[in-house]
Design a protein around this ligand. Structure first.
Ligand code: AMP
Ligand code: ZN
Length: 116
C-alpha cells in the first residue's frame, strides 16, 4: 500500500472507478481516458510501481493477472482478441507508477508499431 498512490486509492475504494472485477489480490477497472471502445486495466492490490521492480515474490500475482486478462476481456466482448500493454518506467512511457496491464480492444486496433 502507498498512501498517495492513485491506483492504491482506487483499489481501496477511496477514489471511484468503473470496476470490472475484484478479488483479494487484483483490482480491475475501466480506463478513465479510453483509447479504444474497450479499455480496462488490471492492477495488483499490492503497491508495485512497475515491472522494473518485479521480483520472484511477485510471480504469483503477475501470473494470476495474465490468466485473468483473457477471461475478463471475453466478458467485455473481446472474444476476437485484444491488445495487452504494460508501460514500465519513464523510459516506457508510464504515467501512473502502480503496475497495470492495459487491455485494449474493439473497433480497429492498428499494428502496434508503425514501420516506415
Ligand atoms: P500509463 O501511461 O501506462 O501509466 O497509464 C495510465 C493510465 O491510467 C492512463 O491510460 C490513464 O487514462 C489512466 N488513469 C489515470 N487516472 C485514472 C483514474 N482515476 N481512473 C481510471 N484510469 C485512470
Ligand atoms: Zn499503488
Amino acid at each position: 500500500m502507498s498512501e498517495d498512490c492513485i491506483f492504491c486509492k482506487i483499489a481501496r475504494g477511496e477514489i471511484p472507478s468503473k470496476k470490472v472485477y475484484e478479488d483479494e489480490d487484483v483490482f480491475v477497472f475501466h480506463d478513465i481516458n479510453p483509447v479504444a471502445p474497450v479499455h480496462f486495466m488490471l492492477i495488483p492490490k499490492i503497491h508495485l510501481p512497475s515491472l522494473l521492480e518485479a521480483e520472484e515474490c511477485h510471480a504469483a500475482v503477475l501470473g494470476k493477472m495474465l490468466v485473468l486478462a483473457p477471461k475478463l476481456a471475453k466478458e467485455q466482448g473481446l472474444e476476437k482478441g485484444f491488445r495487452t500493454v504494460i508501460n514500465s518506467g519513464k523510459g516506457g512511457g508510464q504515467e501512473v507508477f502502480h503496475l497495470h496491464i492495459h487491455i485494449i480492444g474493439g473497433g480497429n486496433i492498428p499494428p502496434m508499431v508503425k514501420r516506415t
